[in-house]
Design a protein around this ligand. Structure first.
Ligand SMILES: NC(=O)c1ccc[n+]([C@@H]2O[C@H](COP(=O)([O-])OP(=O)(O)OC[C@H]3O[C@@H](n4cnc5c(N)ncnc54)[C@H](OP(=O)(O)O)[C@@H]3O)[C@@H](O)[C@H]2O)c1
Length: 304
């Protein structure tokens, strides 16, 4: 059982209106943890003056940065904006955390890798993004590492949830509009439920809080961690699983014909890694956090 005194912990969440942000809000409420949620409208992550006041006034003990520019294809033509949100924003947050001597839990992506490997990527494997989004996220990681020693960088992938825009929701919408769909079958990754990412981040934040206050005698482990779903699959395989679950639940009347297509058949402005399976052993060892059971999450979600 955790020895964390959640009363003295105050988590600040940026990007609170995104899909991960909303899952974090749900979890923090459910766990009774004191928190402050900031949407982009409440405070831009680059607005150091506003954030500094909030951190000081509320006595924030750690920041979880769920804010990001996530439009992978659009980033190719909006590089400046993507840089501002994915590089400059995390850099500003990292400097603030360092000034207040509090941890920054920052979220990154499998798209920092080029996908040429054929075995799961470890945290120490060579990064080589293939597009603007991945490059700005990697630069954001570097900035966080440079400016804040108390950092957790959680790389995740293929995020889905009941909130926002994601592959699951797109597939379910298309299934109601069309009888036949083509879905890419030569990109392999690990779907990850945003609610599980939220739980993982909160669990780490609690353990860091514990270690910082020396309640458990444990040392705080900072650094880069991979956190994704427990089973690699192609987008095609993910789509089939989504349809089968929705059909079983009765939220999808009939399953469309799903054709496996290749990346070459579905050109996009940004090149994506063909293989971006992440190894999750380190987060298990250091924080006792298990991979996201994405099929179980698909089963639980009652999207219509
Ligand atoms: N989605 C995926 O498949 C995926 C895969 C791998 C990694 N990730 C990473 O996971 C994290 C969470 O992703 P997500 O899917 O939850 O993203 P999301 O739904 O796009 O949410 C991002 C949120 O950040 C906010 N935001 C953007 N610019 C901001 C700024 N300058 N200041 C404050 N807030 C700002 C957005 O506000 P607006 O709504 O106003 O734009 C949005 O609410 C990100 O770090 C992302 O890179 C995601």
């Amino acid at each position: 059982m955790s020895a964390v005194d959640t009363q003295s912990m105050h988590l600040l969440v940026t990007g609170a209106n995104g899909q991960l942000g909303q899952c974090l809000a749900d979890q923090l409420r459910a766990q009774g943890i004191t928190h402050t949620l900031l949407s982009r409208q409440d405070a831009d992550i680059n607005d150091t003056v506003v954030l500094e006041k909030i951190i000081g006034d509320k006595g924030v003990t750690a920041i979880i940065n769920a804010a990001a520019y996530t439009a992978v294809d659009k980033a190719e033509s909006e590089a400046e904006l993507a840089k501002r949100i994915n590089e400059d924003g995390p850099a500003a947050l990292a400097k603030l955390c360092s000034r207040f001597d509090i941890p920054l839990l920052h979220v990154s992506t499998d798209y920092v890798f080029d996908g040429n490997q054929q075995t799961p990527y470890a945290e120490t494997d060579q990064t080589a993004p293939t597009g603007v989004y991945g490059q700005t996220k990697l630069n954001g990681e570097i900035a966080v590492q440079r400016h804040c020693s108390k950092h957790i960088i959680l790389r995740t992938a293929w995020v889905f949830s009941e909130y926002g825009n994601n592959f699951m929701k797109t597939m379910l919408r298309l299934a109601k509009e069309r009888d036949t769909l083509g879905v890419v079958a030569d990109q392999i990754g690990c779907p990850t439920y945003a609610g599980d990412i939220a739980k993982a981040l909160i669990s780490i934040a609690k353990q860091l809080h514990d270690a910082e206050h020396n309640k458990s005698g444990a040392q705080a482990d900072y650094g880069v961690y991979h956190y994704v779903g427990d089973e690699p699959v192609s987008w095609y395989g993910f789509a089939v699983a989504i349809f089968e679950e929705a059909h079983k639940r009765g939220s999808l009347k009939s399953i469309p014909i799903v054709n496996a297509i290749s990346t070459a058949d579905y050109p996009t402005p940004a090149k994506r890694p063909a293989y971006s399976v992440l190894r999750t052993a380190k987060i298990g060892q250091d924080y006792d956090v298990l991979p996201s059971e994405w099929r179980a999450a698909c089963e639980r979600l009652s999207l219509t």
